[in-house]
Write a new protein. Structure first.
Length: 102
């Protein structure tokens, strides 16, 4: 009985993340393997607020930055041929990938 491969993709760039998801989807369609996803997971927001004046004197004005971390969850059936093609994907540096085989 074949298991499943659980894949979590993480990136700060949504366009690149969706492109990688489309590549995975096309591979599973070609090989005829069942696929569940991509399921969007909650976006993490990292906020940083700092004072503009380093001395603390003058008006109390602040700089505000936000980093958004987007994630997608994909689950596919394990198939040797599919996983081989999956490992040959060209991944951009901005997209991180975590695979768990069950």
């Amino acid at each position: 009985m074949p298991g499943k491969a659980k894949i979590i993709l993480t990136s700060t760039n949504v366009k690149l993340l969706n492109d990688v998801c489309e590549q995975i989807k096309s591979i599973t369609e070609k090989t005829g393997v069942k696929m569940r996803g991509p399921v969007p997971l909650p976006t993490k927001r990292r906020k940083i607020v700092t004072m503009k004046a380093p001395s603390g004197q003058g008006t109390k004005t602040y700089d505000k930055w936000e980093l958004r971390i987007h994630r997608r969850y994909v689950e596919i059936d394990q198939d040797e041929r599919t996983l081989r093609q999956f490992m040959r994907l060209k991944m951009p540096e901005e997209v991180q990938l975590r695979v768990a085989l069950t």
